[in-house]
Design a protein around this ligand. Sequence first.
Ligand code: TMP
Length: 225
Amino acid sequence: MARRRRRFPGIFITLEGIEGSGKSTQAKRLGAHLRALGYRIVETREPGGTPLAEKIRAVLLDRTAEPFAPETEAFLVFAARRQHVTQVIEPALSRGAIVLCDRFNDSTLAYQGSARGLDLASLERMNGLATDELEPDLTLLFDLPAKTGLARRRRAAETNRLDRETLRFHEKVRAGFRSLARREPRRISLIDADRPEEAIARDVTQAVMPLLARTPRRKVRHAVR
Ligand code: TMP
């Protein structure tokens, strides 16, 4: 995989996993924890994170849409990502913030690659274009059986177009994520998400803390959201 070319003063952390893995809950907890410690935190998500990218998200997740060609799905994801990287992520990293991003380029490799069957090398090249080779400093991968995740998700909020894919689809997504974690063990921290929230949060803190040494804290009252 292409390596990040530029260094920013900030830290880029992504949270990945299948539906119902609890990553969004953990993102909120981590954000609150780091903010309370005095770090400047920007919490964001993909697809989305800017007004235009959120519009693309709505198109991507629309349950009533006509069937998507897998490539259409991928191009929409990349369009949203480029917008998000230029408008939100890079400026925040340049200001020295810690960016917590709920899903990023690994989701494309797992969903559009491993599950939809698009060529992984092509997706990686497109990811490189969409991000200008920006890569996370740390990726927290919340891993649990697809069946457990889907059951959680379907009990909770309204389901979207991708939630409604088959169990087999979500098993392929999980396998895709796990194979990325095997390939990049230094960047991707695999967290057993089939446990109580507190235990998962402890692992998250343990994975994140070593990165913080290089990031200055600031007055909590002025933390940037
Ligand atoms: P979520 O972030 O609320 O889980 O929903 C986002 C959905 O978008 C989820 O089903 C995964 C999907 N997705 C992709 O298929 N490819 C991507 O690159 C990203 C970021 C998300």
